[in-house]
Design a protein around this ligand. Sequence first.
Ligand SMILES: C[S@@+](CC[C@H](N)C(=O)[O-])C[C@H]1O[C@@H](n2cnc3c(N)ncnc32)[C@H](O)[C@@H]1O
Length: 384
Amino acid sequence: MNQNVSTAGSDTTAQSKAPVRSELTASDGRTKAIADDPALLSMMVQGAQQSGPLWIATPYWQGYRDRILREIARTGVRGMRNNQILLKGFAFGGMPRPELPATPFKRAVWQMLAAFPGVRRILAEHNRVFAAEYERHKAARRNLARVAMDEVAKTFPDLKPPPGIANGGADDAFSWRGHLLVPAYAMYLTRIADFYARVPPAEVTSILEIGPGLGLSTLAHMTLNPHLRVVANVDIVPVLYLSTQFLRTIEAVDLVDYREMRDHVSISIEAPEDGLRLYQMAPWQLPKLEGQIDYFFNAFSFQEMEEEIVRNYAAEIFRLVDKGALIHSMATGHKPGAGGQRAPVTLEFLTEVFSEKWPRARPIDGFWPRLYGGSADLTRLMTK
Ligand SMILES: C[S@@+](CC[C@H](N)C(=O)[O-])C[C@H]1O[C@@H](n2cnc3c(N)ncnc32)[C@H](O)[C@@H]1O
């Protein structure tokens, strides 16, 4: 994930007991709750168990997958917008907390140690300082997001964020021109604005994204493109489950979930006359998808797979997508062996694979590099 922010410019202190601005509190009460659907999750897990290695988490993501599944079993998804143990790796929200050991014995030893009065006092102090830092960081991220929103609005004065972006009581929510937003959304919006600054929205009525994470990029597209009718999002289980449960709280979205598509031999893309239909798909459902899609998107997710997984996806993307692709990725991929990855997936490799269909590859500069410390060198807009 890449969301460079400065932590300067906050007046929140650890000791402060003064009333805080309303935006410094959680947005609960102003947002819709996210609901658990354990039956949906177990269908997805079962589907993954029956799928081949090209369609499930590769080594880099297996640890993440297991951690997320453990945390869902412990807490469910209700507090997910503020639970870093659920979101770490693909989304923001909530004060970072150490993850307790997975084994019951080690967990019990830690809990015993933490109960000693001396240790308890140190941990309490640590938590207090950490919570203050978190508030400061949150304030800085909100300030940056406001600047980003103002900047994007200068080029896209008709932008319209769909209501619900902070759903689930995101504790970093803030108001901007009457919309309740979260800082991470503004970062995704800058990336997508850089795309629509080059490709007219009217030419993009359908998109496919692989590895969108929580789905704030989908909401960014909706904000800038009133012509968009179809989004197909593909992500691994259980990230797909978390994003499905969040995105189904957005009223402007007609969401088709994994359960509805599960028994279909083929899934035809049906564009509604108005509004947006969102297909929330597991990787192994992608070969069943039929129809034509305008553009493909991938941001910092291919770099965490293996080359053969990317080639496998590319075949499906070439079959479905016509006009082009936008890829964000680290130039040299992750460092060798990161998270058990067999070999780095570089931007050069991705460019080579996708140039088979879209030989024109150009980096795109703009809001994201300027505001979020990204770099045009990490982007490739690929067209015919
Ligand atoms: C670093 S996150 C990036 C999320 C989002 N695109 C962004 O820019 O913030 C990587 C994403 O890739 C997804 N992912 C990892 N392996 C995948 C695979 N084999 N197929 C589909 N998605 C995958 C993860 O679940 C996660 O959503």
